[in-house]
Design a protein around this ligand. Structure first.
Ligand code: UDP
Length: 360
């Protein structure tokens, strides 16, 4: 059985690593890795590929920038040719990027089975581009793997038949489980001259924050936090392009702007942080497992279990609300980590076994 795995951006690579391993195990499945992402993402992720031992993609769609419509059109045309040539039994996508939905659309039209991993997550905010991508992908999928209970309930509410839904757990948790110990030997804290002192981490790159002007409010809040401890800001290339030189020259307020980190360094940095400010879904999940206070820089989260477990507070992007949320998170009594059901490092194996049972 041939399965095409589509990746489009950084979190997809991190999720695909354990899945590729698990799919390679039963010899009945022949996985083909197709990267639909942009060159910028690809360049940023070189170290992640190396550290997670992900093989170089079998095929790169090589579609670069341009308007959203031209990117969709180019991805659909190239993926259609690829599907005709490769004739896979299934196409599998993880997550929610624009390019994945373009691949899903043409696969479904060609009556190729579609599998969505990380299905059913909803923020219920259609102004967030990920939300429409998720709803569309889920409605076109034949097999939907969920990472948390809320996702199953969302799919049921949208009328997805029970027979298509599978509670598998979380691939981000798998990758973290397999690499957590390795990350501990990272030298990132000494490289950043942090030592044993307290510090915070911030990541921001979602379009809803970059295109709404929210970034300057976030920076203003980070300057306030930066008076108490250094704030380390690994910048996504999209975010760097938005920040003015003057905003980045804020050394006096102790914001340290750095390039995106490799996976192991990033996990080490997050594990020892006093607080993490982020608009990243994956980082909300990782901080839950690592039991590090997380402040989500979005109006809503599509991972409500991270809030239920107690590590995540959704604070939005208003500078006062961010600072207040931070103080509140630090005043809370730190309880032992609560890990959501099935975030046990075995999700990839469950997914591979289910695919083999259903389609082989
Ligand atoms: N990450 C990384 N280096 C960084 C920042 C993040 O390796 O400098 C990892 C992080 O550990 C997580 C993933 O990237 O697993 C999250 O990806 P991203 O924030 O790009 O996407 P999202 O989760 O928001 O979809």
């Amino acid at each position: 059985m041939k399965i095409i795995l589509v990746t489009g951006a950084r979190p997809d690579f991190i999720k695909i690593a354990p899945l590729l391993n698990a799919l390679n195990r039963p010899p009945v499945i022949d996985p083909v890795l197709v990267n639909a992402g942009q060159c910028d993402d690809w360049r940023m992720c070189g170290l992640i590929f190396h550290q997670l031992a992900i093989p170089v993609p079998d095929i790169n769609l090589s579609v670069d920038g341009g308007s959203l419509a031209s990117q969709y059109a180019a991805v659909i045309m190239r993926f259609e040719s690829l599907l005709m040539e490769q004739r896979p039994d299934c196409v599998l996508v993880v997550g929610n990027v624009h390019r994945a939905i373009a691949c899903v659309l043409i696969a479904a039209k060609m009556r190729i089975k579609v599998i969505h991993v990380e299905a059913g997550l909803r923020s219920f905010d259609r102004s967030m581009p990920e939300e429409t991508n998720r709803v569309l992908t889920d409605s076109l999928s034949d097999l939907l793997f969920c990472s948390e209970q809320s996702a199953i309930e969302n799919l049921r509410r949208e009328g997805i038949p029970e027979s298509k839904i599978c509670f598998a757990g979380n691939l981000i948790a798998d990758t973290l489980a397999h690499n957590r110990e390795k990350a501990q030997i990272s030298k990132i804290l000494s490289a950043l001259e942090i030592g044993d002192s307290p510090y915070a981490v911030v990541t921001v790159h979602h379009r809803s924050n970059l295109e709404s002007g929210a970034l300057s409010g976030i920076i203003s809040a980070m300057k306030t936090i930066g008076r108490e401890m250094p704030v380390i800001f690994p910048m996504h290339p999209r975010t760097r392009a938005q920040l003015s030189v003057s905003e980045m020259q804020s050394n006096s307020s102790h914001i340290k702007f750095i390039d995106p980190l490799g996976y192991l360094d990033f996990i080490k940095l997050v594990s020892s942080a006093k607080a993490v400010f982020t608009d990243s879904g994956g980082v909300q999940e990782e901080t839950t497992i690592l039991n590090v206070p997380c402040l989500t820089l979005q109006a809503k989260t599509d991972r409500p279990c991270t809030v239920e477990m107690g590590s995540n507070l959704v604070v939005g992007t208003d500078p006062d609300a961010i600072v207040e949320g931070y103080r509140c998170s630090q005043n809370r009594v730190r309880k032992a980590a609560k890990i959501p059901p099935l975030w046990d490092g075995m999700a990839a194996q469950r997914i591979a076994e289910t695919i083999a049972t259903v389609y082989c």
